[in-house]
Design a protein around this ligand. Structure first.
Ligand SMILES: C[S@@+](CC[C@H](N)C(=O)[O-])C[C@H]1O[C@@H](n2cnc3c(N)ncnc32)[C@H](O)[C@@H]1O
Ligand code: SF4
Length: 407
């Protein structure tokens, strides 16, 4: 059994609930700290030590490839609060400047001082949840920050980059409610992108989730005003692709753009590989260990109880883990789902001969959208292919389920 070389840590607290979000998060209202932080961090530390102490490994510490703090809003935690978590991980792994350590931040929740303290922990990649550069839209989304806080946060990061080595990514959202002008939003994005030149961008098309406030409370429905229709979304993605490339970025995955290959997010690349093991810790987090996807309880109380049982050695009582085994065709689907999202595609040599032949024949039938290179990698063709990736995957999956292929 290989010892996973990547870790995801979930810090599930936010100031307020964004109207589109269905992530497992505990809301704090206006107070940026909570009496729950110490107990959550203690349980998190217990879970990490218990898991890493009990996982079979060689006596030599392995290098940690990637560490990702996601949320929620990790930047609500101070470096002092997070220090013990780093020390714990260092007991089991070698962490050096080659380790990609990402940290999600929300505008308005950090200062020059706290950024410099995060850097002292070794964090070297900050992902800022900008989402929009439009004051009204930030309100519509119910973000916990306004436009001047976005700009102030971007400036704090940019100014610190002049004497410290780290990279910055922005999260942006498109296809938002009340959007009617294709170009307005992207040109808003571009004016800030060209000015501040973040190394990486994640540009997500907003998904109207049935459990979201937009859906439940506001009654928004797909393709019905104020939600944009499918043609608008497709045109928007095509404009974004063309304009962000013109601004000097590489479109390396459906939602991801980077100035250079060295700025690709290695942690996300691990997810898109589909079958490389990683540890996930914290409420609602998922690990993938040798083909088993293991998800923790999605509620704070249940997560705390689960870890308490682990800590007391009551393994059998520490229920709450959802375990799904991915093998055979499930694994092929996961690998294709991650692989075809990426510009470089998926190496068909990872599959058995029958599935390879099936995918080769399939690609022949969809020549204008899918291609297989001389190197044996299957990929979506250009932006048109990217746009229709989900559609193509759905057709492949129907065939995979229908045929009794050997994987
Ligand atoms: C879970 S959030 C964590 C980061 C941080 N809390 C924030 O919101 O800025 C990670 C990213 O997921 C994206 N996201 C969340 N809900 C989404 C949705 N319904 N559709 C598309 N993207 C979404 C947002 O762009 C967000 O930056
Ligand atoms: S800040 Fe991020 S995680 Fe928190 S509610 Fe908003 S989108 Fe969800």
């Amino acid at each position: 059994m290989n010892f996973p070389q990547s870790i995801y840590i979930h810090l599930p607290f936010c100031l307020k609930k964004c109207h589109y979000c269905i992530f497992q998060v505990h809301f704090l209202g206006h107070s940026p700290t909570s009496s729950l932080f110490p107990s959550y961090l203690n349980r998190l530390a217990d879970e990490i030590s218990h898991t890493l102490n009990n996982y079979p490994k060689s006596s030599d510490k392995l290098p940690l490839d990637t560490l990702f703090f996601g949320g929620g809003t990790p930047s609500l935690f101070s470096s002092k609060e997070l220090f013990p978590i780093f020390e714990l991980i260092k007991k089991h792994y070698k962490i050096n400047e080659m380790t990609e350590i990402s940290f999600e931040m929300n505008p308005g929740t950090f200062s020059k001082q706290s950024l410099s303290e995060y850097l002292s922990l070794g964090i070297n990649r900050f992902s800022l949840g900008v989402q929009s550069f439009n004051e009204e839209m930030l309100k519509t989304l119910n973000r916990g920050h306004n436009l001047s806080q976005v700009i102030e946060s971007i400036e704090i990061l940019k100014n610190m980059q002049s004497d410290k080595k780290f990279t910055v990514s922005w999260d942006l959202l498109t296809n938002l409610p009340y959007e009617t002008d294709h170009k307005k939003q992207i040109f808003e994005f571009l004016s800030y992108i060209n000015k501040f030149q973040p190394e990486h961008l994640s540009i997500y098309s907003m998904i109207l989730e049935p459990e979201s406030v937009f859906y439940q409370k506001f009654g928004f429905r797909e393709e019905v005003f104020p939600m944009p229709n499918q043609d608008f979304c497709a045109d928007q993605l095509e404009i974004i692709h063309n304009e962000i490339i013109k601004a000097g970025y590489h479109h390396y995955e459906i939602s991801s753009f980077a100035k250079e290959t060295r700025f690709f997010c290695r942690h996300n690349e691990l997810y898109w590989e589909g079958n490389r093991s990683f540890f996930g810790f914290g409420m609602g987090a998922t690990s993938l260990i040798n083909g088993k996807r293991i998800s923790r309880p999605k509620n704070l109380k249940k997560y705390m109880e689960y870890v308490e049982n682990l800590r007391l050695g009551k393994e059998k009582e520490s229920k709450g883990l959802l375990i799904e085994e991915e093998k055979g065709k499930e694994n092929v689907k996961i690998v294709l789902m991650g692989g075809l999202r990426r510009e470089k595609g998926v190496d068909l040599k990872r599959f058995g001969i029958e599935i390879r032949q099936f995918l080769t024949d399939f690609s022949e039938n969809y020549k204008d959208l899918v291609e297989i290179g001389a190197d044996g990698w299957m990929k979506m063709k250009g932006i048109k292919g990217f746009l229709l990736c989900d559609e193509i995957l759905a057709r492949i999956f129907v065939e995979i389920d229908r045929k009794a292929l050997k994987f």
